[in-house]
Write a protein of this length. Structure first.
Length: 307
């Protein structure tokens, strides 16, 4: 039982050492610690990078009142001394133009190879934007265009710029300054033209973007549309019967085929007839031809005088 436990512990420690070695190698190659597969590899990678930074800044490789833990302390010190031997910490304040250098020492020191520099070894760890190597163990930070270096010599802050749409607006309707480019857009009911600046009317009716009902027609307008009710089929207006109609003598009215010879005025034609201005007579309305009948499918419409 004791032997098995001892063997298991030895295996665990051996695996941890192997994983820690992989983390140190990742740090020395300038890889991201997040790219390592194991947790111990990640922690060793971070400890090694801290050591390399301390060594390059001559901050010393020995902890005073602080410890990362036995395994991590050893990794930190190994990577720190591989960059520079122990030296007093830098006490001068850091300014935006400060270059971090390693003071010379009479003690032998191990520095990066001639084709390496601290920016490559700690890629993405030293500066927010651009790391510029100075020699093999020194560097300074710079920022991308449109940004300024902060007082810590590492962080970059975006410069405040005026909205270019307020200075020179090329758009017909809406203008947006994204910080990278100016983008034009249109109001509802319009679409951006091919020049990406002007706006043209959007025909909602033709594109089927309206919400008109089945008994309505879509009428396009500039920037919008309207729904109009379709005209309904109506029968010819019926004339209201008056007492004078009943008082007429039979001889006063003569029906001849499709016309009525009578003393009716223009608005006095009986139902089924319409007043003919030219002949001044009431003329029969052909409901079949005018499609005003109520015949069902399969039935034949036959027009009759007055009906």
């Amino acid at each position: 039982s004791v032997c098995l436990s001892t063997m298991q512990l030895c295996c665990v420690l051996s695996v941890r050492d192997i994983q820690c070695k992989e983390g140190k190698q990742a740090a020395e190659r300038g890889l991201s610690c997040q790219s390592t597969k194991f947790e111990d590899s990640k922690y060793c990678c971070e400890a090694c990078k801290l050591g390399m930074i301390s060594g390059s800044m001559a901050m010393g490789c020995e902890f005073q009142e602080f410890s990362l833990g036995e395994t991590w302390d050893e990794t930190y010190q190994t990577c720190c001394t591989s960059i520079s031997s122990s030296a007093p910490p830098v006490t001068a304040p850091i300014s935006p133009n400060t270059s971090f250098t390693t003071p010379s020492s009479n003690k032998p020191q191990k520095t990066p190879q001639s084709n390496e520099n601290i920016c490559d070894l700690l890629k993405g760890e030293l500066c927010a934007h651009i790391c510029i190597p100075v020699g093999t163990s020194s560097y300074r930070c710079d920022c991308e265009p449109g940004f300024s270096l902060m007082a810590d010599g590492k962080t970059c802050q975006q410069d405040k710029v005026q909205n270019r749409c307020e200075i020179n607006n090329p758009c017909q309707q809406r203008c947006t300054d994204t910080g990278i480019a100016i983008e034009c857009s249109c109001l509802a009911g319009f679409q951006l033209a091919a020049d990406n600046k002007s706006c043209s009317d959007l025909d909602e009716c033709a594109l089927g973007l309206h919400d008109c009902g089945q008994d309505q027609t879509c009428q396009n307008e500039v920037g919008t549309f309207t729904c109009q009710d379709m005209p309904r089929s109506t029968q010819p207006p019926q004339r209201q019967t008056t007492q004078s109609d009943y008082d007429r003598e039979p001889d006063d009215e003569h029906v001849n085929n499709n016309t009525i010879s009578t003393r009716y005025q223009e608005d006095q034609c009986p139902f089924g007839y319409i007043f003919n201005i030219r002949t001044q007579l009431c003329q029969d309305v052909d409901e079949c031809e005018a499609d005003l009948h109520v015949c069902s499918t399969g039935e034949v419409c036959v027009n009759m005088p007055g009906g």
